[in-house]
Structure formats: C-alpha cells, structure tokens
Ligand binder design. Structure first.
Ligand SMILES: *Cc1c(COP(=O)(O)O)cnc(C)c1O
Length: 391
C-alpha cells in the first residue's frame, strides 16, 4: 500500500472487514466491545493492540478506518479523529502546551481558532503572540526559547493569503517549537504540509472531506509518538470522539475527495480569471491568480489554488448585500468545501465579533465576500455571479 498514489489510498487504505466480507465499509455503531475472558480484558487495558478496542471514546473500528485512511493520504504516521474541526484544533494545542509556555500564531485565523489562541490559552497561563503570518521576519522576531508551538492556517480565511510553511517550519524548529498547520483551505489534495516541514496537521472534516454538508468531524495527524501519546491521552479523557456514523460519512467522502476538489478548484481558478477586471469589483482574490501577491509561493506549495474565491465589491456593504441577495445558484451560508457553492459576507457574520480595526488589519472590508466554489457547471456559476453583479 505504501507505493499507492493518494487517490488509490483514498479508496482502499484503512478498510477493516468483518467476517461477512462486506465490500463497502461497515458502520460499527457500538460504544463497547466484548472480551472472551477476564484475562483478555485485563490484557487489553494494559495495552490494546491495533485491531483491539475498549470503548468508543478511545476508538472504534469505523473511526479507525477514517483515521488510517487519512494518515495514508496525508503521509502521516498516525491520526486521531474528533467530533469537529474545533475539537481537533483544541486537542492538538492542549496536548502540546502547558502553563508557562509560549505560542506564536498567525493573526488571520478562522474565528474559533483565534478564540482558542487569543482567549482560552492565555487564561490557562499560556503566553500567545499573534503575527502577520505572511511575514517570516515577524515569526523570527516572535519565537523565543520557551516557544512550544507555531500555529497557522496555510491559506487564510477569508483573504486567501498564503503562508510559507517551509519558512515558518525552519524558524520554529530552530527554536525547538512544533509547527501545527490547520490545512482546511489548502485541502489534503493540494498541499502536503508534513513534507513542507509541518509536524502536526489538523482538518475540519466538516468541509471538503465530507464535502456534501452533512456531518461535523475533525482529525489531527502527526507522528505515532505524538498521536498515540499526549494527543490520545488528552482526547480520550476529554471526550471529543467522532461518532462512528460520522466517521463512515467521512470515509466515503474520502473516496471522492480528490475528484471533487480538483473540479471545484479548476472552477475557482476559471471564475477568478473571468471575473478579474469587472468594473464592480475592486479585488478578486484566489491564490493561483496572476495578480495574487503570493502566486509564486502558492504554486510552490500547492498543486492547485484551492476551492475558494474572495471578491471585493467596490460599492461596500450595500453592494455586497445586493450581490448576495441576487445570487440564484450560489447560496448564502457560512460553510465551505461543499458540493453546493456558498457565499459568505465575513464582516457581518464569521468576523462580526472582531473590532473594525482588527478587520481592517486582516483586509476584511465591508465589500468583501467569500465564495466556496462547488460542483455546479462553472459557466452557470459565472452567469449567476455576473447577473448578480449587474444587479
Ligand atoms: C471550519 C473550520 C474550522 C472548524 O471546524 P468545525 O468542523 O466547524 O469545528 C477550523 N479551521 C478552519 C480553517 C475552518 O474552516
């Protein structure tokens, strides 16, 4: 299996079959597991083997299929699945830091990720420095001998800035810190963060991995030592376990992940090119656009520019709201990575909680809209957007 390409692993890796030899993966909807004898129970509590389970909060065969398949695709030694992306981010960070430690994080983070590093960690005595993630000098200045973690989203939400993972990793590792990458926007298909230097990769499986807007889920990937050590210890006792049903949805999602992401990303790049220069738009943001300030870095790190596209309407909030309300195919919601195209107005929804100053610092203007490109025909999407821009 080790020589299989990621798309083959996405269909076959990690499959566990019962005595019935079912072709499709089974949902093991069970909390507990039986032991043949008291001795076997004792032995399993001392050390559970790979295919031995104790209780679904610790592990479950369907959840293990998702973990093993994801680890195979990502090129990670091991993985632990969680009930949501935020449980994964929280688990990864909590397993790595303690009171008195220092964390450096990129400032442009998903709202709840920012809440963890900016509000929760400091209340537990962790010192946090936020930096402009695209500025390697800022990372260099911020790391200290007590820095334990550098945390970033490789492509920022919603302005789609690109962070140099190899550059940040070099700086972090020189200081003895671990690099944790939230790779949701880049997807497991387009970016191999571990090969670029990251130590731990986190996903909200709710996004592209499910890909059809059904279930919450998350996963943390890294070395066996980390995953089966401090991470598993933290997660199994704090109860962020993924439900076997949701794990099954994610396993089946992985089978079509590459196909979906390739199609969605090709449409995103196509739409960015077609919309560029439109008189109602002051900015068209997509990592693979010619005019993206970090296009070269994006092309170095990723095989495609991702499935997201952000547009800035020159007419500010009024124009943005008119645009959202006029769209027929692209629907207003705040999820992403879905088969259905989705539009979000970050300033009044996902980033509403920030101050005007914070929003300005992140480039989130009142005219900015974020679009997650789905699986619809790309020309239908273009027509929908052009008609909505025309008002
Ligand atoms: C959605 C998202 C999360 C949180 O995931 P949930 O599954 O909603 O908990 C974390 N990081 C990024 C970048 C996200 O887009």
């Amino acid at each position: 299996m080790d020589n299989w390409k990621p798309s083959t692993k996405a269909v076959h890796a990690g499959t566990k079959r019962s005595q019935f030899g079912e072709l499709s993966e089974a949902i093991f909807m069970t909390q507990g597991f039986l032991y043949d004898s008291a001795e076997q129970a004792e032995a399993r509590f001392i050390e559970a083997g790979e295919e031995e389970f104790i209780y679904a909060r610790y592990g479950n065969p369907t959840v293990a299929m998702f973990e093993e398949r994801m680890a195979a695709i990502e090129g990670a030694e091991d993985a632990f699945a969680t009930a949501s992306g935020m449980a994964a981010v929280n688990g990864a960070l909590m397993a790595l830091v303690k009171a008195g430690d220092h964390v450096v994080a990129a400032r442009a983070l998903f709202g709840s990720c920012l809440f963890i590093v900016d509000e929760i960690l400091p209340t537990f005595g962790v010192d946090v420095t936020l930096v402009d993630g695209t500025d390697l000098d800022a990372w260099r200045e911020a790391v200290r001998p007590d820095t334990k973690v550098c945390f970033l989203e490789a492509i920022s939400n919603p302005t789609l800035e690109v962070i140099d993972i190899a550059g940040v990793s070099e700086i972090a590792h020189a200081a003895g810190a671990v690099v944790v990458v939230d790779n949701v926007f880049a997807t497991p298909v387009f970016q191999r963060s571990l090969e670029l230097g990251a130590d731990v990769v986190v996903y909200s499986a709710t996004k592209h991995i499910d890909g059809q807007g059904r279930c919450l889920g998350g996963i943390v990937l890294g070395t066996k030592e980390f995953v089966r050590g401090p991470l598993q210890t933290y997660l199994k006792h704090t109860g962020a376990a993924l439900s076997p049903f949701n794990a099954w949805v994610m396993v089946k999602g992985l089978e079509t992940l590459a196909l979906r992401c390739e199609a969605q990303a090709a449409s995103a790049t196509y739409l960015a090119d077609k919309l560029k220069g439109h008189k109602s738009l002051s900015r068209v943001l997509h990592p693979f656009s010619e005019d993206h300030p970090q296009q070269a870095l994006a092309k170095k790190q990723m095989t495609r520019g991702g499935t997201m596209l952000s547009l800035e309407l020159a007419g500010g909030k009024d124009a943005a709201f008119k645009f959202l309300n006029a769209l027929q195919i692209v629907r207003i919601s705040n999820n992403l990575g879905d088969a259905k195209s989705i539009v979000t107005h970050p300033a009044t929804t996902t980033h509403q909680r920030l101050s005007d100053e914070q929003r300005a610092g992140l480039g989130i203007s009142d005219g900015l809209v974020r679009i997650s490109i789905g699986l619809e025909d790309r020309d239908d999407l273009l027509d929908d957007m052009l008609a909505a821009l025309a008002g």
